[in-house]
Design a protein around this ligand. Sequence first.
Ligand code: ATP
Ligand code: MG
Length: 360
Amino acid sequence: MILTGIRANNDLTIGNYFGAILPMIDMATNRSDEYQINLFVPDLHSFTTPVDHNQLLGQIKHNLRIFIAAGLPLDKPDIHIYRQSYIPAHSEMTWILDCFTGFGELGRMTQFKEKARKVASKGLSIDEAKITVEDSPQQFGEYHSSVGLFNYPVLMAADILLYGATYVPVGDDQSQHLEFTRDIGERINTKFGSNLVVVPKSVKEQHQFFGNDQGLRIKDLQDPTKKMSKSDEIGKGVIFLGDNPETAHKKVMSATTDSLGYVRLDWENQPGISNLLQILALTTGKPIDLVELEWKGNSSYGEFKTAVAEEIRGFLETLHAKMAQVDDSALQLKLESSESAMNYVANQTLLKVQKAVGLR
Ligand code: ATP
Ligand code: MG
């Protein structure tokens, strides 16, 4: 079976849309005859880094509506759509796996180091920030990394092992966690019997299965040398899917370009222009080579940006119209039926593990 999810820590971006949601839906609709597909909202993962808790519940609903508006079908019995926290076995399994996980093993996770530095960096440059440890309970605040951030790869392992998922599409940033999931799965299988849990395929096999072209990266409009990210603090260079279409239009118009005055696909020397060409290709559905051909040599960046900005505005208007049409009660019914089915599956695995460790 195949399992995938996107953290709901903030509104999603056009990067998430074209880089993850569309391929995910494509995969779900094309493979659901062969494979069971689990598409879940990892809501427990949402606040490993600080979020606005008043917004979280709304954010989860918003993200689910985006998936549906982007084409995720609600009527396929082999596609399960569920919220992680509605299946308590995830948390219980995490605790058990925690007790077989090395402290140093988690400390080596590069995502932890990066995210912890980002949390600590509020007001500082990332390079200056040190991963800080609070001295007293009163000190824990938004500049301190939580145990949850440290521990989340174990929750991720539970997300995968509970369902015996073999295929999990992972980007570079999550490969290390997938390898960890395999390590801990093999570790408990060795200790308690080889059939206790199903170990997911290696990163290499994942890439073979899903194809190697997972490298799409839309860049930040303000700083086209870094990728667009939903957790970006300022958001000036990020097109969020919930953005007002006019605001998004303005963001494109103020995108960073260069002084060469020549539209051309050249990521090295013209990352801003290349990024806009890529966005234009994705929003119009044309191959990037064709889009480049249409614009190549044009010396009016204003004209070019206006074309991109209008596409983005139209893209968001269409998406919002589709989101408004999402049938919330059908979505709710789908969630409830998937959550009931997945509670059953997850509880079976959990029981096996509880028996193995001597709790049942
Ligand atoms: P965060 O800042 O919280 O890490 P993110 O925007 O990087 O947010 P992730 O939750 O890390 O998003 O990743 C979700 C999915 O979106 C992954 O499959 C990732 O490959 C994809 N993705 C993220 N950013 C981009 C981007 N700029 N272009 C294309 N795909 C992206
Ligand atoms: Mg990320």
